[in-house]
Design a protein around this ligand. Structure first.
Ligand code: NDP
Length: 483
């Protein structure tokens, strides 16, 4: 061994004399418990995995930046949008939703599109998908929905009965189901898909004036998709196809980029728009609220270490900065709690202090202790507030903008229940070839459902979106066309 190699050490830094042979009582004797290096090595190995994410377990990530291309200070005081040309570093994680961390990339599934902006007023996480809408619109349904996407408790198999039973009983899913079953349900790569913040957010400017906003990340690589047969072949031959593609593209200097656009809705329009603009199963028509290009996102650096950066990255829609606030979207409101809570369980109470999650700006908090505190834990500084010792103090100018609310505290649905018009608009927007592939995909996906009652209920939803859509699926399944 050449003498310029560093000495191998234990985790606590002592040199290791032998990393090939464990200590035994004589050459043929049993292994000795005093071989602490062996014990530590095996014990650490047993603990190499943190629990995988319940959803979005399989993912790939990259570093990059956001650059402002249009002055938006009239709408938001968020420092990342402060001036044209300003660059903010960011980290992105793309993912599939339903599969485990070793599952194939090229499945039909929405893709997670999570962006962590390291702004100079703290981190801003935009935790979206590659689709503008979602299957449900109230967080109370999320655990049930995800159960249907996961494995059957007895067979441990994916279960089309549960999937279509839930969707047919939750018709608000129809718009997202149509997108998922269309060509865009299997992107060619993570680079060839759009990203969406999906929810409505509130932007507030320096004068305290607010607007509602939705984000669109338009791929500069162009939208490209995989046919189901090629996707199946790739899933068998290279289950990490998308992960590999992203890494190799960035490694070879072919940096993927997205145009970042927003739709802006005046605050008062939310009371009069033709449906509830906070309902995440709906888009805002771009004819009503055109896309405004605001910047560009470029990914130009691969992670050095997958676990440290991609696996330990923790994104939460509640990680907001001054100038960007939540809307009353009931799905978003639940996610504000659930994501951080998932990370407290998965990575630990101090997940925000890990290098990949740590803000680049100063952090001054009275939070102390907890498992795996990787920083100085505040040293000997004052550890409560209010205090007389000059510790960090609140800044009233950074309070969120007030929101008028009225009504009774109650469990109530969104009052707009047209789940069909926008799903039908999408169907009607597709070419005949796209419609044919959509119908074939849905028919193939619904065929294994055992109960006709479920299939007939779901066909009724497709029919209400567009009679031709429902008729073609009914015919494909050999079931009666609804009257
Ligand atoms: P517009 O004509 O203004 O917008 C149509 C949108 O549909 C564009 O964003 C376009 O994105 C997207 N699109 C085009 N082809 C497909 C496809 N094969 N699969 C999925 N999306 C596609 O119409 P509206 O705003 O009134 O929306 C009409 C329908 O378009 C909606 O019901 C919705 O299903 C769908 N849509 C709307 C979006 C929105 O934000 N308003 C966003 C995405 C979809 P691209 O630039 O990629 O072609």
């Amino acid at each position: 061994m050449s003498s310029d190699r560093k000495k191998l050490t234990t985790g606590w830094g002592a040199p290791v004399g032998d990393n090939q042979n464990s200590q035994t009582a004589g050459a043929r004797g049993p292994t000795l418990i005093q071989d602490v290096h062996l014990l530590e090595k095996l014990a650490h190995f047993n603990r190499e995995r943190v629990p995988e994410r319940v959803v979005h377990a399989k993912g790939a990530g990259a570093h990059g930046y956001f650059e402002v291309t249009q002055d938006l200070t009239a709408y938001t005081k968020a420092s990342l949008f402060a001036e044209v040309g300003k660059r903010t570093p960011l980290f992105v994680r793309f993912s599939t939703v339903a599969g485990e961390s070793g599952s194939a990339d090229t499945v039909r599934d929405p893709r997670g599109f999570a962006v962590k902006f390291y702004t100079d007023e703290g981190n801003y996480d935009l935790v979206g998908n590659n689709t503008p809408v979602f299957f449900i619109r109230d967080a109370i349904k999320f655990p049930d929905f995800i159960h249907t996407q996961k494995r059957h408790p007895q067979t441990h198999l994916k279960n089309p009965n549960a999937i279509w039973d839930f969707w047919s009983l939750s018709p608000e899913s129809l718009h997202q189901v149509t997108i998922l079953m269309s060509d865009r349900g299997i992107p060619a790569t993570y680079r060839h898909m759009h990203g969406f913040g999906s929810h409505t957010f509130k932007w507030v400017n320096a004068e305290g004036k607010a607007v509602w906003v939705k984000y669109h990340f338009k791929t500069e690589q162009g939208v490209q998709n995989l046919s189901p047969s090629l996707a199946a072949q790739l899933a068998a031959e290279n289950p990490d196809y998308h992960t590999e593609d992203l890494f190799n593209a960035i490694e070879s200097g072919d940096f993927p980029a997205w145009k970042v656009c927003v739709q802006i809705m005046p605050l008062e329009d939310a009371n009069t728009y033709r449906f509830d603009p906070f309902d995440v199963t709906k888009v805002w028509s771009q004819k009503d609220y055109p896309l405004i290009e605001v910047g560009r996102m470029v990914l130009d650096r691969n992670p050095d270490n997958y676990f440290a950066e991609v696996e330990q990255a923790t994104f939460s829609p509640g990680t907001l900065v001054p100038g960007i606030e939540p809307s009353p979207d009931k799905m978003l409101q639940g996610r504000l709690f659930a994501y951080s809570d998932a990370h407290r369980y998965r990575v630990g109470a101090n997940h925000h202090a890990l290098p990949i999650n740590r803000p680049h700006s100063e952090v001054n908090t009275y939070q102390r202790d907890g498992q795996m505190r990787p920083d100085s834990n505040g040293g000997g500084s004052v550890y409560y507030e209010p205090n007389s010792f000059g510790g960090p103090a609140e800044s009233p100018a950074d309070k969120p903008a007030p929101l008028d609310v009225t009504g009774q505290a109650d469990s109530v649905a969104y009052d707009h229940n047209d789940h069909y018009t926008q799903a039908g608009d999408l169907y009607r927007l597709l070419s005949e070839e796209e419609r044919e592939r959509l119908v074939q995909t849905i028919v193939a996906a619904m065929k294994p459902v055992e109960r006709d009652e479920i299939k007939i209920r779901q066909i009724g939803h497709f029919y209400k979106a567009d009679p031709e859509y429902g008729t073609r699926i009914a015919e494909g399944l050999g079931l009666p066309v609804p009257q």
